[in-house]
Design a protein around this ligand. Structure first.
Ligand code: MSP
Length: 505
């Protein structure tokens, strides 16, 4: 039994539940959702995992500040993350919480596997710990004022006896893996960054805390005086969710693991590209196919933060512009992988130009002309202009180049608008050139059908709406079929359409 080739498994980070979700979290989850939907279009069965990271110092303190128990605290916020995924139209098939029994049992099994490999030992340690990152820092990695570069806060000095993981033991194996898999990390500059860290050398890492200092964690197997370090606990979610450590699920586990891709932002690339693969090697499990470490989303050029008061709530955007335009904008405007800036002005520009003008008008004009000149029926034709954009589109999608994939689609949208202006079906109709009218209208309708499929990973509801308006109801969601020019049968009846993208108020 091994991983099935028709299975695609992808994950988002499990989000900390110390505060509520914002567009940064939405960005990652929607990116993963786009890939999940694209893989399903190609006929793959997809396991799409997201969830919440609920242990550790950061959560324990937030619960304390709120005056409730950690469990009460995490139950409330985990639910808001679950709801957010529904609101974002995410098609995740699972949602894992690290406080669930299935995870706790699996994480402990994982610990035992690493211990059995001789990779866990005890040591007294003193270090600078940033609770925001849940991470120890070396002095050289702090800024000039001795602060954590991410939270801009001075780390705390921690001293205690902990368990350590022999990360250093895996340096050479990791180097080899990176050299043999040049695109293990996307984008390429982050692959290089990680490879560079490997050259600098990896140090063993503390993977537990004493219960006296922190009780909110998973107990270390065989030692009640310690709980697991939150990152060791959290990373294992990717395997515990598919049944790791549960004998009854052994077959299921081998059919799904390894994951095809782990998606996240760059600040936790290191945990995913170095620590996690080393942990997997230690537990003798295969490594994931790809680490997708995208950039940061800023708002009007600034990092989102509570203190700056510029944290954007995705629900506010969705209620004003609609879900699909929000999803579209995030991946049309900014190259996926790099940092990107969110602004309402740019969102409105894209809404008007790309959605209302290019796509919305194309649909409206096509349907209106078909109703006028072809009685609202898909005309029969013998030949039609045939533009193949699928191979280019699919190539970009496979490589997580979402912006380029959308560019390919929008070139086609614009070329169909130009076709209308060039062929002028109203003139052809007046001159009695029926065959010309039919050919143009068929090209437009069949072209729109293909566009509807191509945008479906990004804008699932708009895609369905277009297909319904074209009278295209049943289809096999398989790429080879969808790509075929002429799948749309003549004789179907079109529906007069509401605008897809209404005027903004
Ligand atoms: N709990 C850890 C992850 C454990 S995974 C085994 C964690 N959680 S988090 O809540 O801080 O989420 C961080 C992730 O949220 C980022 O890596 C990214 O995926 C997403 N983002 C949060 N803010 C973001 C931006 N401003 N821009 C882009 N992504 C953002 O780290």
């Amino acid at each position: 039994m091994s991983k099935r080739s028709d299975h695609y498994y992808l994950t988002t980070p499990i989000y900390y539940v110390n505060a509520s979700a914002h567009i940064g979290h939405a960005y990652t989850s929607i990116a993963a959702d786009i890939m999940a939907r694209f893989q399903r279009l190609q006929g793959k069965e997809v396991n799409f995992l997201t969830g919440t990271d609920e242990h550790g110092q950061k959560i324990a303190r937030a619960a304390d500040a709120a005056g409730v128990t950690p469990q009460q605290f995490v139950d409330g916020i985990a639910q808001t993350f679950r709801d957010l995924h529904t609101t974002l139209g995410c098609s995740n098939t699972d949602f894992i919480r690290t406080t669930e029994p299935r995870h706790i049992a699996g994480a402990q099994k994982f610990w035992e596997a690493a211990a059995a490999a001789g990779d866990i030992y005890k040591k007294t340690y003193e270090g600078l710990y940033c609770v925001g990152c849940e991470q120890f820092y070396n002095e050289k990695d702090l800024d000039t004022e001795g602060r954590c570069p991410i939270h801009l806060k001075k780390p705390e000095l921690l001293a205690e006896e902990n368990y350590f993981f022999r990360l250093s033991k895996y340096s050479d194996a990791l180097k080899k893996h990176f050299d043999e898999h040049m695109d293990f990390v996307f984008p390429q500059n982050r692959q290089k960054e990680m490879r560079h860290l490997l050259d600098e050398g990896l140090e063993d890492i503390s993977i537990s805390r004493s219960v006296e200092k922190l009780s909110w964690g998973i107990p270390v197997p065989g030692d009640d005086s310690q709980v697991m370090y939150v990152w060791f606990d959290a990373l294992t979610n990717y395997v515990t969710a598919v049944g790791y450590g549960d004998e009854a699920q052994d077959d299921f586990f081998t059919e799904w693991w390894p994951a095809n891709a782990h998606v996240m932002a760059k600040e936790i690339n290191r945990f995913h590209a170095l620590l996690w693969p080393a942990m997997l090697m230690s537990a003798q499990l295969p490594l994931p196919g790809k680490i997708v470490a995208h950039g940061w989303l800023t708002v009007d050029g600034q990092k989102m933060s509570k203190s700056l008061g510029n944290v954007v709530n995705p629900l506010d955007i969705i209620s004003k512009y609609g879900l699909d335009p929000f999803r579209f904008f995030l991946f049309r405007e900014m190259p996926f992988g790099g940092d990107g800036d969110f602004s309402f002005t740019k969102l409105e520009q894209r809404y008007r130009a790309d959605l209302q003008n290019d796509l919305g008008n194309l649909v409206m004009r096509t349907i209106a002309m078909d109703i006028k000149f072809c009685e609202g029926v898909v005309p029969a034709i013998t030949e039609a202009t045939h533009e193949i954009f699928w191979s280019r589109y699919a190539e970009h999608m496979e490589k997580w180049e979402f912006q380029l994939a959308l560019e390919v689609v929008w070139d086609f949208v614009r070329s169909l608008n130009q076709l209308i202006d060039k062929e002028k079906p109203w003139t052809a109709a007046k001159e009695g050139r029926t065959a010309d009218v039919d050919r143009t209208l068929y090209t437009l309708i069949e072209g729109l059908r293909q566009i509807a499929f191509a945008i479906s990973p990004f804008m699932p509801a708009s895609s369905e709406k277009i297909l319904a308006q074209l009278g295209f109801e049943s289809y096999e969601p398989q790429f080879e079929k969808i790509m075929e020019w002429g799948l749309l049968q003549p004789g179907g009846v079109l529906l007069a359409a509401d605008p897809l993208f209404p005027q903004l108020t």
